[in-house]
Design a protein around this ligand. Structure first.
Ligand code: SF4
Length: 487
C-alpha cells in the first residue's frame, strides 16, 4: 500500500512527484510536470486505488489513446475460471485496463479473484452488486441508498481502481427521456437499475443527490470515478437527444465538484452514434466537462451488424479518438447476441487497439507513426520475419502467413511473381533510377513529431521517488512490438 494519505491530485497540486506520475511520464515520453499539471486540473487520470499495486496507466490529455476490455459473469454463465481466462486474453492482447461487469454468481468472490490476478487498472460497476444483492431479498424497489454506498465502499476496500457510477441519471434527465419518446429507452444496465428504482420509489438518484458521500468514499481509496452514461443512446435513431445531453451537463457539474475535492474523474460517452455526429459529441464533452478524460463505449456507427460490432465500434472509436476521446471501451463481436468468450475478448481488444492506434497517428504521436514507418520498411525489404514481429496481432499474422506459402519466399501468394514492390524495385535497380526519398519521405512526419516531443524532456534534476513494484497476478503485457512504440 502507498505510504501517503494524500490523493494523487493533491500530490500533483503540491508538486510532489509520485511513482504513478513518474511511471506514466516514462511510458508516454511526456514530462512529469506536464502529467502533474493535467492531473491537478482534472484533464488526466491515473486510476489506482491506494489498496492496489496495479501498473499505473495514464488516461487523458496528451497521452496515447487507451483501451478497456470488459469481462464478467452473467446469470447464465458464471464461472471464475472462465473469467480469468478472459482476463488472460485481454492482457495478452494488450488491453490497458479491464472492467469486471459481473452480474452472476458470487460477485464478491469473482471480483476479488479478478483483482488478485489483474496487473492493470481494474474497474467495476458497484450498482450491479447493490441491485443484484437486493434483488434476492425484496427486489430492486427495496434497495436503499445505503446499499448503493455500501457496495461502492466494498469495491474500494477490494482495491478497485475506478468505478462507473451513473450519477447523471436524475429525475430531470428521466423527464427528458420520457418526453423524447426514444426507440430504445435505456440500454445501460446500471442506468436501467437506477431508472427502475427511481420510478418505483419516486425518488431522486442517491448517487446524484448525495454525491458528496460518494466523493468521500472515493477519496478514502483514491478510487477514480467514471461518471457513467446511463442515458446513452442505444441505437442510431436515439443519438444526440435531450436526455443524453441533459445527463452530460449534470456530469460536467459533478466533475467540477469531485476534482475540487481531489477525486479523479472520467466521463463516459455513447453508445450508438452515426459517423457524422461523433465529433460533436467529443467536443461537447470536452467543453462541458472541462477537458475531463472522455471514455467512450464504441461508439457503434450502425445498428445492423450483429456479429461484427467489434468493427462497428472500432470505426466509431477511431473517429471519436481522432476528435479527442481518450479512452475506448471495446465492444466484442458478441455484443447484442451473448456473453463474450476468451477469443471474442482477444479480438475485441485487438480491433479496438487498431482504432486507438489509427487515431494516435492522426493525433500526432511520433511513436505511433514510427511503428507504421518501420512496418512499411519491412514490407519494402520483404522482410517477413520483421513484418510479423511488428504486427499489432503477431499471432494472427503468423498464422495467415504460415497457411499461405508462396513459391518464391520473399513475396506472398497474393501476387506471387507479379509482386509490385519487387517488380518496381528491380526495375529501379536495372534502370539505376535513384530514389532519394526512400529513406527521408516517410521519415519527414516522424522527425517533426520527434522534435516536438523532445522539446519537453523530463528534467534531469527532477527528484527521484521510490518505485513500488507492480502487483502480483497476471503480468502479460502488450506484445513486444507494441511496447517498443509506446513512447
Ligand atoms: S506479392 Fe503483392 S501483396 Fe504480397 S508482398 Fe508483394 S505486392 Fe504485397
Amino acid at each position: 500500500m502507498k505510504q501517503t494519505n494524500l490523493l494523487q491530485i493533491a500530490e500533483a497540486r503540491k508538486g510532489n512527484l509520485t511513482e504513478e506520475v513518474r511511471a506514466v511520464a516514462a511510458q508516454e515520453g511526456v514530462s512529469p510536470e506536464a502529467i502533474m499539471r493535467s492531473l491537478a486540473d482534472g484533464t488526466v487520470v491515473i486510476p489506482r486505488n491506494r489498496r492496489s499495486s496495479t501498473r499505473p496507466c495514464g488516461i487523458g490529455k496528451g497521452l496515447r489513446t487507451k483501451v478497456n476490455a470488459n469481462i464478467g459473469t452473467s446469470m447464465d454463465v458464471s464461472d471464475l475460471a472462465l473469467e480469468l481466462s478472459k482476463l488472460d486474453a485481454a492482457l495478452g492482447a494488450g488491453a490497458d485496463t479491464v472492467m469486471d461487469l459481473s452480474t452472476g454468481g458470487d460477485l464478491t468472490g469473482i471480483r476479488r479473484g479478478i483483482r488478485k490476478a489483474c496487473s492493470i487498472p481494474l474497474g467495476t460497476v458497484p450498482i450491479y452488486q447493490a441491485a443484484i444483492d437486493r434483488a434476492k431479498s425484496g427486489g430492486i424497489k427495496a434497495m436503499t441508498a445505503d446499499d448503493m454506498f455500501r457496495a461502492i465502499k466494498a469495491h474500494g476496500e477490494d482495491g478497485v481502481d475506478f468505478i462507473t457510477v451513473h450519477c447523471g441519471v436524475t429525475l430531470s434527465s428521466l423527464e427528458r427521456l420520457k418526453k423524447e419518446g426514444r426507440v430504445l429507452d435505456v440500454v445501460s444496465r446500471g442506468g436501467a437499475f437506477l431508472v427502475t428504482w427511481m420510478i418505483v420509489n419516486e425518488r431522486e438518484n442517491p448517487l446524484y443527490s448525495d454525491f458528496g458521500r460518494l466523493v468521500e468514499i472515493a477519496a478514502r481509496y483514491d478510487m477514480a470515478l467514471s461518471l457513467g452514461d446511463g442515458m446513452r443512446p442505444g441505437c442510431i435513431a436515439d443519438a444526440n437527444d435531450r436526455a443524453q445531453f441533459q445527463e452530460l451537463i449534470t456530469l460536467g457539474e459533478l466533475q467540477t465538484h469531485a476534482v475540487r475535492e481531489g477525486v479523479q474523474v472520467m466521463i463516459e460517452g455513447p453508445g450508438h452514434v452515426p459517423i457524422d455526429r461523433i465529433e460533436e459529441n467529443v467536443k461537447l464533452e470536452k467543453e462541458i466537462c472541462h477537458g475531463a478524460p472522455f471514455y467512450v463505449l464504441g461508439p457503434l456507427v450502425t445498428d445492423v451488424a450483429p456479429g461484427y460490432d467489434h468493427i462497428t465500434s472500432a470505426i466509431g472509436g477511431a473517429i471519436a479518438a481522432r476528435a479527442g476521446a481518450d479512452f475506448l471501451c471495446y465492444v466484442t463481436a458478441t455484443e447484442h447476441l451473448g456473453l463474450p468468450g476468451p477469443e471474442d475478448v482477444r479480438e475485441g481488444v485487438i480491433t479496438t487497439r487498431i482504432a486507438a492506434h489509427a487515431a494516435d497517428i492522426a493525433k500526432g504521436f511520433a511513436s505511433a507513426s514510427r511503428w507504421d514507418l518501420d512496418m512499411s520498411r519491412k514490407r519494402k525489404e520483404r522482410d517477413w520475419e520483421g513484418m510479423l514481429k511488428l504486427a499489432l496481432d503477431p499471432r494472427k499474422a503468423q498464422k495467415m502467413r504460415a497457411s499461405a506459402t508462396p513459391r518464391v519466399s520473399d513475396v506472398c501468394t497474393m501476387c506471387g511473381d507479379y509482386c509490385s514492390i519487387k517488380m518496381v524495385e528491380e526495375y529501379f535497380k536495372k534502370s539505376q533510377i535513384p530514389n532519394p526519398k526512400s529513406q527521408s519521405r516517410g521519415l519527414r512526419r516522424s522527425t517533426v513529431l520527434d522534435r516536438r516531443s523532445q522539446a519537453n524532456p523530463p528534467p534531469a534534476s527532477f527528484p527521484s521517488a521510490t518505485l513500488r513494484t507492480s502487483g502480483a497476478g497476471r503480468s502479460k503485457t502488450r506484445p513486444s512490438a507494441a511496447s517498443k512504440y509506446r513512447a
